[in-house]
Design a protein around this ligand. Structure first.
Ligand SMILES: Cc1cc2nc3c(=O)[nH]c(=O)nc-3n(C[C@H](O)[C@H](O)[C@H](O)COP(=O)(O)O)c2cc1C
Ligand code: SF4
Ligand code: SF4
Length: 447
């Protein structure tokens, strides 16, 4: 039977679903409600130096019919008094002693770090998270991502915290950096027990094109903010994978970024996360989403025979490699299921204009089903991605796909194309039409 409870770097919780530091974990009222609904832990809205917030402060990307595909915020850390937050933490802990409360903190000097870590621990938190990620406002004051972009500072401040911390310390990393493993390693060198990633991505969400102001608008001005929600999940997954694969890091990872469902969470576990944190999806749909997340994860674990989340963590990592190790001989081509096809021709348009001109329309247009030209198809997958009917286009492995040869092997054997016009270059194997054929219809009309 699946057991959802976790022990993450020494922080115990009834399940791996934690609120990420943000508006949903701003008050005791909210965290109490969240735990009551089923969340296993909460990283409290970052406490620290005093702030004043602006309004408005959020902007959203509504992509076609999907509302809030991405969220942008210019909110700062908690604008509540520290004493109010600490009092709330004590109260929640009384009712939920076995749930995880992690204090997210952000201050400046060594003395301030020492003091606030002690204050938070005295209030009963189970762990500390260092917010080295906020990409707006706080970084202008030398905190947040201003620290998180500088490995020396990450290491130094983490070591200050470790001088006094009695509970496990998680360092939260910013994605606004070329190589996140560098700051992850710095956190490890500073003594961190774990890392969490990602914080928001620096961004401008869109512009009011009538008034020439970017969103969110504050009076007649705006500023860049932090991007979160489903749109950032692929970036977060890649960064989690990079940290999980780096042997020098080797400490537990809490995965954050665009998580909305149990499937999203499982993807983060498979790439190396031991817990997940959620902010935007709770802002969008409320605390109730955790019910489906827990139920779905439990079912998945039972189906797959996993007893604990630990058994899922990192399971997909052995299937991730460098490009040079991929099999150049593995080959698939598209196949259209004639029974399922609704004749919309989106696959034809995509392949014709955006890929390899490997789909044609039948001459007799009473038959609307397109035809894949096997000899031209490079198996790029685009048609399957644009087809609106699920499983209508599948990619079928060819016989050639059974052989194995990688770029690395070819390099080692001195068997790689090395000049611009080398006959071995892959592109030469793909037939292409005469450029003038593109104008054929126009010429026919003119005639
Ligand atoms: C409105 C808002 C406020 C946030 N405030 C904080 C914060 O105070 N401290 C922090 O570490 N992260 C903060 N975050 C970042 C989230 O904890 C999280 O790292 C990020 O939003 C990505 O996760 P998501 O896609 O689930 O929202 C905030 C995010 C949002 C959207
Ligand atoms: S897989 Fe790519 S090349 Fe082949 S038919 Fe589809 S879009 Fe065209
Ligand atoms: S996109 Fe899919 S449904 Fe539309 S014509 Fe192509 S195969 Fe048929």
């Amino acid at each position: 039977m699946a057991n959802l409870s976790v022990n993450f770097a020494g922080i115990k919780a009834p399940n791996p679903f934690w609120l990420a530091s943000g508006p949903p974990s701003n008050t005791g009222y909210q965290v109490m409600k969240a735990f009551d609904t089923g969340w296993g832990g909460a990283v409290w809205k970052t406490m620290g130096v005093p702030t004043i917030n602006v309004s408005s402060r959020y902007g959203g990307v509504n992509y076609h019919k999907t509302r809030l595909m991405g969220l942008n915020n210019i909110e700062l850390i908690s604008d509540r008094r520290l004493s109010d937050n600490l009092r709330d933490i004590e109260e929640v802990k009384k009712h939920f002693p076995n749930h995880a409360i992690i204090a997210s903190l952000m201050v400046q000097t060594r003395e301030e770090w020492h003091q606030i870590v002690k204050d938070a621990e005295n209030a009963g938190v189970d762990g500390i998270e260092l917010n080295f990620g906020c990409p707006h406002g706080m970084c202008e004051r030398g905190m947040g991502s201003a620290v998180g972009q500088e490995p020396r500072l990450v290491e130094l401040i983490t070591s200050w915290v470790m001088e006094v911390a009695k509970t496990p310390v998680i360092v939260k990393l910013t994605p606004n950096i070329t190589d996140i493993t560098e700051t992850a390693k710095a956190a490890k060198r500073g003594g961190a027990d774990a890392i969490s990633l990602i914080n928001t991505i620096q961004s401008i969400i869109g512009i009011d094109i009538d008034n020439f102001i970017s969103y969110p608008i504050v009076g007649s001005m705006s500023t860049n903010g932090g991007y979160s929600g489903p749109a950032i999940k692929p970036i977060a997954l890649n960064m989690v994978k990079n940290c999980a694969l780096d042997k020098e890091i080797g400490i537990p990872i809490s995965g954050i970024g665009g998580i909305e469902t149990w499937r999203d969470a499982v993807e983060f576990f498979l790439l190396g996360a031991g817990t997940v944190q959620v902010c935007t999806a709770v802002m969008h749909y409320g605390f109730g989403i955790v019910k489906n997340m827990s139920h779905g994860l439990e079912q998945y674990m039972n189906e797959k025979g996993f007893q604990s989340v630990d058994e899922i963590t990192g399971k997909a990592l052995r299937h991730v490699t460098e490009w040079e190790n991929l099999n150049l001989k593995y080959e698939v081509i598209a196949a259209i299921d004639q029974q399922k096809c609704i004749g919309c021709h989106l696959c034809f348009i995509a392949c014709e204009d955006g890929a390899y001109q490997a789909i044609t329309l039948p001459k007799d247009l009473t038959d609307k089903i397109p035809v894949v030209l096997a000899e031209r198809c490079v198996g790029c997958n685009l048609c399957a991605l644009v087809c609106p009917v699920e499983h209508c286009i599948t990619m079928i492995k060819t016989k050639r796909g059974n052989e194995v040869e990688t770029w690395k092997q070819r390099t080692e054997a001195g068997n790689i194309p090395s000049t611009f016009d080398d006959a071995m270059a892959g592109g030469l194997q793909h037939p292409s039409y005469n450029p003038n054929d593109a104008l054929k219809n126009r010429q026919n009309d003119e005639n």
